[in-house]
Design a protein around this ligand. Structure first.
Ligand code: GLU
Length: 415
């Protein structure tokens, strides 16, 4: 059987292809020369399967789609508290290259606009590192995310540096308020190299999939970014990733995203999929016109809006059966708060009839921290009620199941 997903991607490309509204970015000379008709889409699931259509392997500069990953790198190197002193997390509602700082603190409002991204860029590496060391570090990190060696497009770099008056003025403003302690020209050079890294739509989907998978590379299984950092990055993408169109984007598409002025859009749906679209013509907000249309289609057709409530956890309790003189609690699916609440509520309402209670978690998938704590607490309370608690966990979903004071349920090797 041929998977229908690739055919679907071709279909949505065809649906948006006719729209030639918008303009390619012209303030960077190499971008002004881009073929405006290029169009690509890609998606990578958190299990590492990639689907593409159109010009998905054409390379273009990452531009502002680099900002979430540079932010992640700064958080990794310095921790949240130090990064927070330099850059805030409030949506600015302003254009991407606005000369603005938060009143009082003089921090850039967020790391997704140029002023914040310049401040974040200079946090990479050690104090005194040259701009090439900083940009090399980011090339290495982005390559690990994409799963292949990436490089800076020297022509794009030279072209942007030659006309970087706006970013230079922003960097000098940051220096004037002591928000950067590196030479402003060098900060702009390093940041421009960061923006000039070449990627394809396929690469971007893979990099987004790492975010969607909580920082784990879907291909190698390596933890490339720490989970709490991913949460921080995705939150800022959701509130500020699409410049002064962020509110409309989140309402209509509902996927944390970041766009770049070369025409790329990166989106990451936590727990599900990394998405990417590429088409160079931009709308008034600097976001790709056809890329936005593609994301709208993907979100609507595939039910990807983050705020679409799904009935998760409702089938967490598969059954409670009496077998061989024991009550067997069959639990299934991902165990988060909602799922665990269903199980503990049922145990509280209708206590198991037998004196031995088996928790059969052989059908359980992901267990988050609160899900684990609630399930272990349920075992502890049944134990206090005088029940013998047993655990059947062939997949080791509940490693080291200490239910308090070193007491553990009896582990069953078979039911
Ligand atoms: N390198 C571009 C700049 O700093 C990135 C802007 C963007 O992609 O929105 O102007």
């Amino acid at each position: 059987m041929k998977t229908p997903i690739s055919d679907y991607l071709v279909e949505i490309l065809d649906a948006v292809r006719a729209d030639d509204s918008g303009e390619v970015a012209s303030y960077i000379p190499t971008l002004a020369q881009a073929d405006p008709d290029q169009l690509g889409v890609a998606m990578t699931t958190v299990f590492g399967r990639t689907y593409t259509a159109g010009d998905a392997d054409t390379e273009f500069t990452i531009q502002s789609m680099s900002k979430p990953f540079a932010f992640a790198a700064a958080l990794w190197e310095h921790g949240e508290d130090d990064v927070e002193k330099i850059v805030g997390t409030e949506p600015s509602g302003e254009a991407f290259n606005e000369l603005s700082l938060e009143s009082g603190t003089h921090r850039p409002k967020n790391p997704m606009i140029n002023v914040g991204a310049l401040a974040i860029h200079q946090m990479i590496g050690d104090p005194g590192d040259s701009w090439t060391v900083r940009s090399d570090k980011l090339v290495k990190f982005f390559s690990a995310l994409a799963g292949r060696q990436l490089r800076v497009d020297e022509d794009a770099f030279e072209s942007e540096i030659g006309s970087a008056h706006r970013n230079l003025s922003i960097a000098h403003m940051l220096a004037a308020y002591n928000m950067i302690d590196t030479n402003p020209e060098d900060v702009v050079r390093g940041y421009t190299a960061q923006c000039s890294i070449l990627v394809s739509t396929r690469d971007i989907a893979m990099m987004a999939a790492v975010l969607a998978a909580g920082g784990v590379s879907p291909v190698t299984g390596a933890q490339v970014v720490a989970r709490p950092i991913v949460r921080q990055v995705l939150s800022v993408m959701a509130t500020s990733g699409m410049y002064d169109e962020a509110g409309e984007w989140f309402t209509e598409v509902g996927i944390p995203a970041k766009s770049g002025v070369a025409g790329g859009i990166l989106g990451a749906l936590p727990g599900q999929v990394g998405l990417a679209a590429f088409s160079p013509r931009l709308n008034d907000h600097g976001n790709s016109v056809r890329g936005t249309a593609l994301f709208r289609r993907l979100s609507n057709d595939m039910g990807l809006h983050l705020m679409d409530a799904q009935a998760i956890g409702s089938r967490a309790l598969r059954a409670v059966v009496s077998e061989k003189g024991r009550s067997v609690i069959q639990i299934q699916g991902p165990i988060n708060f909602t799922a665990a609440e269903i199980v503990v509520n049922r145990l509280a309402q209708t206590p198991p009839s037998e004196s031995s209670v088996v928790f059969d978690v052989s059908r359980v998938g992901m267990v988050n921290e609160i899900g684990r704590r609630m399930m272990l607490e349920a075992m502890r309370r049944l134990n206090l009620d005088g029940k013998t608690v047993l655990l059947y966990d062939p997949e080791n979903s509940f490693p080291d199941p200490d239910i308090g004071g070193g007491v553990k349920p009896e582990i069953l090797s078979e039911l």
